[in-house]
Design a protein around this ligand. Structure first.
Ligand code: HSE
Length: 307
C-alpha cells in the first residue's frame, strides 16, 4: 500500500484543571491529510488550505514529527504529504497536534504498523516542541488514542485512557490568535500551596467523576485556580461566557488548551445547543467574529479513511 488518507481530530487540552496532563478528542473539526510513499527521497508538503503554513519539513510540525519517526524506520524513501487544515492554527484546538499526530499515524499505517501508539506519541511530541517550545503530549495523546486521556508523565511516557459518561462539547473560537508559546510565557513559575491543594483536589475529582460517571462531581471539579486566572485575561468575554454558559446548564468548562477557544461540557444535546446560543450572543455583542461547534467526544482518534 502506497497511499493513505487520514482524519486527525481537534483536541481540548488541559480540561480546565489538568494543565499539560488531560486532553479530549473532538468529533469535529478535523484535519484531512493524504500521505504517499515515493521513490524520490525527501519529504514534500502541499497545503490546500488558506493558512500558508511552512512547507520546509524542518519548519513544519508534521515534518519534524515525521523526521523523528524516520530515524527509526530503516530503508525509507520519500513522502508526499497533502494537508487540508480545518483546525485553525492558534485556535487552542490542537491544530499543531493534529498535524503531528496525523502524519505519524498515517506513516505507521504505510510501514505496516511497526510502532506502538506510545511510540507515535513520542514522535509527534517533536512537533509540539516546534510549535510551543516545549514537549507536551496532552493534545497529541487523545488525538492518537481518542477519547479522554491522562498523561501522568512524559518522561517516562505513562498514558492513562479514561472512560467517561456521554457528554456534549460546545466550543466557541473567537477569531483572535493566541500563540501557545506566548500563553505559556505569561504563566507564573511558582504556585502557592493553597492553590496546589485546590488544584489536585479538582484533578483527582475530575478523574473520579469521569470514571464513576458522576456528572455532579465532574461539574464541581471543572475549576482551575492556577492557569485560568492568568490566561483568561488574553480572551475578551471569557468570564461572561463561562458564567452565562453555566447558568444555561453547562456542567462547566474553560479555556481550550492555551486558548482563545472556550469549551463547555453538557450532559444533554439540548443544553449544549443552548450553550452555543449563549456563546454566540456574547461575541456578537462584543463585535468579535467567532466560530462555534457543538460536538461530542471522538473515541477513534486519528482515523484511517482510505488507502
Ligand atoms: N497544555 C498546553 C498549554 C496545551 O496549555 O499550554 C496547548 O498546546
Amino acid at each position: 500500500m502506497n497511499k493513505v488518507k487520514v482524519h486527525a481530530p481537534a483536541t481540548v487540552a488541559n480540561l480546565v484543571c489538568g494543565f499539560d496532563v488531560f486532553g479530549m478528542a473532538l468529533a469535529e473539526p478535523y484535519d484531512v491529510m493524504w500521505v504517499s510513499l515515493s521513490n524520490e527521497p525527501g519529504i514534500r508538503f502541499t497545503h490546500i488550505d488558506k493558512y500558508n503554513l511552512p512547507t520546509q519539513p524542518e519548519k513544519n510540525v508534521a515534518g519534524v514529527a515525521l523526521m523523528a519517526m524516520l530515524e527509526n524506520v530503516p530503508g525509507h524513501k520519500g513522502f508526499d504529504v497533502v494537508i487540508d487544515k480545518q483546525i485553525k492554527p492558534g485556535s487552542g484546538l490542537g491544530s499543531s497536534a493534529a498535524s503531528s499526530a496525523g502524519i505519524v499515524v498515517a506513516v505507521n499505517h504505510l510501514v505496516n504498523n511497526i510502532f506502538s501508539r506510545e511510540d507515535l506519541v513520542r514522535f509527534a511530541m517533536h512537533g509540539e516542541k516546534l510549535a510551543s517550545g516545549v514537549k507536551h503530549a496532552d493534545n497529541i495523546t487523545p488525538c492518537i488514542f481518542g477519547g479522554i486521556t491522562l498523561v501522568r508523565s512524559i518522561f517516562q511516557l505513562d498514558i492513562v485512557p479514561l472512560t467517561a459518561p456521554p457528554m456534549y462539547v460546545t466550543v466557541v473560537h473567537p477569531q483572535i490568535e493566541v500563540k501557545t508559546s506566548d500563553a505559556r510565557q505569561i504563566l507564573r513559575k511558582e504556585v502557592q500551596l493553597k492553590d496546589a491543594i485546590k488544584q489536585w483536589g479538582n484533578i483527582a475529582g475530575l478523574v473520579a467523576g469521569l470514571l464513576k460517571e458522576d456528572y455532579g462531581l465532574i461539574s464541581r471539579s471543572l475549576e482551575d485556580v492556577i492557569i485560568e486566572p492568568v490566561r483568561s485575561m488574553l480572551i475578551p468575554g471569557f468570564d461572561e461566557v463561562k458564567r452565562s454558559c453555566k447558568e444555561a446548564g453547562a456542567l462547566g468548562g474553560g479555556i481550550s488548551g492555551s486558548g482563545p477557544s472556550i469549551f463547555m461540557l453538557s450532559k444533554e444535546e439540548a443544553t449544549a445547543k443552548q450553550v452555543e446560543n449563549v456563546m454566540k450572543d456574547v461575541y456578537t455583542r462584543l463585535g468579535i467574529e467567532f466560530r462555534t461547534y457543538v460536538t461530542t467526544v471522538n473515541y477513534k482518534g486519528v482515523e484511517i479513511i482510505s488507502e
